[in-house]
Write a protein that binds this ligand. Sequence first.
Ligand code: CA
Length: 227
Amino acid sequence: MRERLLIVEDDAVIGAGLVTALEANGYIVEWATSGADALSRCDSCVPDLVLLDLGLPDSDGTEVCRRLRGMAPETRIVVLTARREEIDVILALESGADDYLTKPFRLAELLARLRAHLRRSRPSEGTPDQLLVRDLSIDVAARRVTVGRDEVELRPKEFDLLALLAVEAGRVVTRERIMADVWDEHWFGSTKTLDTHISALRRKLDGTGAPSRITTLRGVGYRLETE
Ligand code: CA
């Protein structure tokens, strides 16, 4: 099913560019140019995700965010802001936004974030019950992990991290995507916690002396090796 996106952006160039890019990526896109326009469109048809500019001509973006959240509790809201001040971002997140991007942003990053959010809003789809990577077996429903015949005890975030790497086994998963998918973070803090969890997974999953099954791509992300 194609996802419905609502863009709320008064800048004609940015708005038109987003519509073109997002439609080209298969989304059904609506474009509102004011806060009032956004709220009335959301009232008639609830989108899966809203891309919300904070600097709108008729209203404060954080107030629009709060009202959208009230109308559509399940909808993901990603704030786009030219304002760099952390306080604006904090206000937006407190008003119910799920994430934010500072303008100018890279389209590739925006698309990656949208995919992560839309995937998380329907968690039952797309993930198989059982993931097998070499001798590693992950029962997603039961949240059990075995290496060979030995069960491995993982903490919740370690499990989520491993499951994500296993879904993409053989391919690199970027640090940004891991933070968005596993930690639901807004990138305030460092990603040191990610490195700590990778170390823990290696300690628990890798045999002594064997090369790690998780490869670090410095500055990019991690890959679970399939051979
Ligand atoms: Ca604006």
